[in-house]
Design a protein around this ligand. Structure first.
Ligand SMILES: NC(=O)C1=CN([C@@H]2O[C@H](COP(=O)(O)OP(=O)(O)OC[C@H]3O[C@@H](n4cnc5c(N)ncnc54)[C@H](O)[C@@H]3O)[C@@H](O)[C@H]2O)[C@@H](O)CC1
Ligand SMILES: Nc1ncnc2c1ncn2[C@@H]1O[C@H](COP(=O)(O)OP(=O)(O)O)[C@@H](O)[C@H]1O
Ligand SMILES: [K+]
Length: 507
């Protein structure tokens, strides 16, 4: 699993490597500039053959230093290059100052960045390099915000102009992805060594365009508290090898009143396809006929309320539970959740099982145990953790979704999965993972009713098989997007479980 870093973690990593002589700052800057230069031509080979005109926006820090390196490389390749500088490299940016001096010594054109300079320089240019700010960025304001706004308007009008952001689109926070003062709208962002959280969160993905992550010669030192990017599961992790159906667990999905069983049935289908040995839907007696008409490989049990559920749970072979999809918001839902949590078995709580506790989240957290997984979407998260949702949304705080989710997992005492194009999963104690359905892995057609119910079923199926909560959630969310991408546009939730066999064959 690859790390996704904050700006501070990246800086600490660089400093540690330099301090022990494993990296040298000037060499890193040259490598960073070279990485952007190479990536531009890999992305647009037509620019490699025919040098044109480029505008390089350089800020006062090391991001600006990278810009001066890129300006030099482009000029040496035959491009006509002009630097628009926002301030001169300041203290603490010695390598940037050295590269700026080198640019001026070679006769490179440069003038101060302002609105007029942009109006003059951009028309007819083929490339604009955004090397204003990287991991050291603060929110844009004042003239600078207005100039970046103007840059985006001019670039949109110049159809062929490509904007390439160095490390991060300027204006985007490396930690939270927030850009309250606006940000450069790039076509391509080239990040160094590791992707940053800001590439995946809040305003980051829209500003970054495409994302490429390039090595710059830093050693692969681990970063203890980094958010980890979820890696594809392996066949060895997931595929059945031998044994009895009971070796793969028995998942129990609770369904709600008549007419509302679809969500639970889709979750059940997901649990079965992902490899639980057996799956049972338990529903109120009056909903048995409806469910029986729709289920074959999935077993069905009618139960009489919470006491019937308690009786059912006397079967110790039921190895994971799922409550929430289509369960309803009545008082009985809270009672069923209580019974489920008292049973102490791996349990997924989603949808109505979360919303039911909106005004009494503490009651839910008191009952939750470490083998639970809560799978809220943004609205459900806000109902359970209103203060954290507010911190997450507030453009003025640096709180990222990852920070807020870690706090949520600690508060709930169990794994919490927050859904979205970038899905985050946190467990108590600080473990946090991210799954991206952005950039080259986008699956916007997953935004369809019932997709979340299937995800709950996937997680429950893996819990039933014995996966630990964080691993069950991680594998499930990866497979969920893989299923969506395998099907493509036009997907509806029912299609998701049916894609699993094809996805398994690719592992
Ligand atoms: N040795 C290193 O440290 C390396 C750094 N690299 C580059 O350096 C970047 C980080 O450099 P720095 O830490 O110098 O930080 P930045 O260059 O990202 O920005 C810091 C500078 O910009 C100013 N600034 C930030 N936001 C502003 C705003 N909204 N309005 C006005 N001024 C603002 C700050 O006052 C400071 O002078 C990375 O993103 C990467 O591009 C790479 O060259 C690799 C090596
Ligand atoms: N734009 C998007 N790109 C990728 N995945 C998405 C996007 N929007 C939503 N999803 C995913 O689709 C699912 C929707 O779940 P949810 O909101 O609970 O829907 P429902 O309650 O209808 O099942 C989640 O897994 C979420 O991560
Ligand atoms: K930048």
């Amino acid at each position: 699993m690859a790390e996704i870093l904050t700006g501070g973690q990246m800086m600490a990593l660089e400093r540690a490597a330099m301090a022990r002589g494993a990296a040298e700052s000037g060499v890193l800057m040259d490598a960073a500039g070279r990485a952007v230069f190479d990536t531009i031509f890999e992305t647009w080979p037509e620019l490699h053959a025919a040098p044109q005109r480029a505008v390089v926006l350089c800020g006062p820090g090391n991001n600006g230093g990278d810009g001066y390196v890129i300006a030099r490389l482009l000029r040496e390749w035959g491009w006509e290059v002009e630097v628009l500088a926002f301030g001169a490299p300041g203290d603490g940016a010695a390598d940037a100052a050295r590269n700026a001096a080198r640019w001026h010594d070679m006769g490179g054109a440069s003038r101060a960045l302002d609105g007029g300079a942009l109006e003059e320089a951009l028309p007819g240019a083929a490339l604009c390099i955004d090397a204003l700010f990287g991991t050291g960025a603060r929110a844009l304001s004042g003239d600078l915000a207005a100039w970046v706004d103007r840059l985006n308007v001019l670039a949109a009008a110049e159809g062929a102009l490509k904007i390439v952001a160095v490390d991060l689109p300027s204006g985007v926070s490396a930690d939270s992805g927030k850009a309250p003062g606006g940000a450069v709208a790039a076509d391509l962002t080239v990040s160094f060594h590791r992707a940053k959280l800001g590439h995946y969160l809040a305003d980051g993905p829209a500003a970054a365009g495409a994302l490429r992550d390039c090595p710059i010669g830093l050693p692969d030192d681990p970063c203890a508290d980094a958010v980890m990017r979820i890696a594809p599961p392996t066949a060895a992790d997931l595929l059945k090898t031998s044994g009895h159906k009971y070796d793969y667990g028995h998942a129990l999905i609770l369904a709600g009143p008549p007419g509302q069983g679809g969500a639970a049935r889709m979750a059940a289908r997901g649990a079965l396809r992902i490899g639980a040995g057996l799956v049972t839907v338990a529903c109120p007696q009056r909903a048995v006929y409806e469910n029986a008409a729709q289920l074959d490989a999935i077993m069905l049990r009618g139960i009489d309320g919470p006491s019937g559920f308690e009786e059912l749970l006397e079967d110790a072979r039921l190895s994971a539970l799922c409550l929430g999809p289509g369960l309803g918001l009545g008082a009985i839902t809270a009672q069923l959740v209580r019974v489920a949590l008292e049973a102490g078995r791996p349990t997924v709580l989603d949808a109505d099982a979360l919303t039911r506790f909106s005004r009494e989240a503490e009651r839910l957290f008191d009952m939750a145990h470490p083998d639970c997984v809560l799978t809220p979407h943004e609205g459900e998260f806000a109902r359970l953790f209103p203060d954290l949702a507010e911190e997450m949304r507030d453009a003025a705080t640096e709180t990222s979704r990852a920070d807020a989710l870690r706090k949520a997992a600690d508060r709930a005492g169990c794994t919490v999965l927050l859904k979205g194009p970038a899905t985050l999963i946190a467990s108590p104690g600080g473990d946090c993972r991210l799954h991206s359905a952005l950039y080259d892995e986008a699956a916007p057609w997953l935004a369809t009713a019932g997709a979340g119910d299937v995800l709950s079923g996937f997680i429950t199926g893996l819990l039933a098989r014995g996966f630990a909560p964080l691993d069950a959630a991680s594998n499930a969310v990866w497979l969920h997007t893989a299923c969506a991408r395998n099907f493509g546009p036009g997907l509806i939730a029912e299609d998701l479980p049916e894609q699993l066999p094809a996805v398994f064959r690719t592992l």
